[in-house]
Write a protein that binds this ligand. Structure first.
Ligand SMILES: C[C@@](CO)(OP(=O)(O)O)[C@H](O)COP(=O)(O)OP(=O)(O)OC[C@H]1O[C@@H](n2ccc(N)nc2=O)[C@H](O)[C@@H]1O
Ligand SMILES: Nc1ncnc2c1ncn2[C@@H]1O[C@H](COP(=O)(O)OP(=O)(O)O)[C@@H](O)[C@H]1O
Length: 287
């Protein structure tokens, strides 16, 4: 039977660890990251169109719906690369905050590639989808694979890991827009005094130790974003003060996440953010 309408979830990612090794000749930075996903997700609905056209809609009015949208770019790329002369209507139910360091756009692109692979019976493997996704952005291959992974290169070389210990993830996004390119542009690797330890984080994950995972969190891009936007540092301090077990900025920011093992503490951290930050989400690790 021909399927004409399908659904895909596009979860947000957080970086439990983000280290930068050096700036490369191609302008990108060589990174080592440990990424995982949370259950805050966009939802995509994809429907076959009778004509050869890509149409995009969303319930939010502040994201582009044309070629600038990563979901549109993903649909165009897979159509062109595999010679598909069919059309698709994509509705994007946006729940992940935009330009937040949570890879919302990248996850939408990944969900579009996964979805169109099914809708158009292209039978592409996960590896093939990841390679295609890398053309759209450094975080897209991880968003295709999902789960928890160690990412190297510019973020596209992945090694899957076992999931982190289950916990609550409180996400707080201050009302500022941070561009990833800007943050990397201002980042100076030689100014770093120390690097977070990948072996310590891998060890914490393999032992399922929540406390060691919290102790091993680290993101060198905080050196840029926290200096430029003191409110991000304030949110970190506020979460720690109200009892979060571990706190870190995700990606290039500005979203800060706090990890909490006991449900009873969630309300305290959430309420502690009142007056500091309006946009707060409570999520769980996707394990
Ligand atoms: C920082 C991270 C951490 O997960 O996430 P976000 O904060 O964007 O969510 C990623 O490395 C972002 O990945 P993504 O958002 O896909 O970046 P891209 O579109 O590939 O690149 C945007 C720009 O960031 C810079 N860039 C990106 C990745 C990288 N390893 N080195 C870089 O220098 C480049 O200037 C590039 O032009
Ligand atoms: N599907 C999409 N959802 C959100 N933003 C998108 C999308 N496609 C393109 N963009 C643009 O990409 C930029 C980065 O958005 P996003 O992926 O949410 O951030 P980040 O890379 O920090 O996680 C925004 O400026 C936004 O206008």
């Amino acid at each position: 039977m021909m399927v004409s309408k399908i659904y895909e979830k596009a979860p947000a990612k957080i970086n439990l660890l983000l280290d930068v090794l050096r700036k490369r000749e191609d302008g990108f930075h060589e990174v080592e990251m440990i990424m995982t996903m949370v259950d805050l997700a966009d939802r995509l609905e994809m429907e076959e169109l009778p004509r050869d056209q890509i149409l995009l809609s969303s319930q939010v009015g502040f994201i582009p719906l044309d070629e600038k949208n990563l979901a549109f770019q993903a649909a165009k790329l897979i159509k062109e690369r595999y010679g598909v002369r069919r059309g698709v209507y994509i509705h994007l139910d946006k729940q992940i905050p935009v330009a937040a360091g949570l890879a919302g756009g990248s996850s939408d692109a990944a969900a579009t590639l996964r979805g169109l692979n099914r809708l158009w019976n292209l039978e592409l493997s996960t590896d093939e989808l990841e390679t295609l996704g890398a053309e759209l952005g450094s975080d897209v291959p991880f968003c295709i694979r999902g789960g928890t992974a160690l990412a190297k290169g510019r973020g596209e070389k992945l090694e899957s890991l076992s999931p982190p210990p289950q916990c609550w993830v409180i996400l707080a996004k201050p009302p500022i827009n941070v561009s990833t390119a800007d943050v990397y542009g201002k980042f100076r690797v030689n100014d770093l005094k120390e690097h977070p330890s990948i072996p310590d984080m891998l060890d914490a994950l393999s032992r399922q130790s929540f406390s060691d995972m919290c102790a091993s969190l680290g993101n060198v891009l905080e050196s840029v974003t926290l200096n430029r936007y003191p409110e991000v540092k304030q949110i970190k301090d506020c979460m720690l003060k109200s009892g979060a077990d571990g706190v870190l900025m995700s990606g290039s920011g500005p979203t800060v996440f706090g990890l909490v093992s006991k449900e009873i503490k969630v309300a305290r951290v959430y309420n502690g953010l009142r007056g500091f930050c309006k946009e707060v989400y409570v999520a769980r690790m996707l394990t």
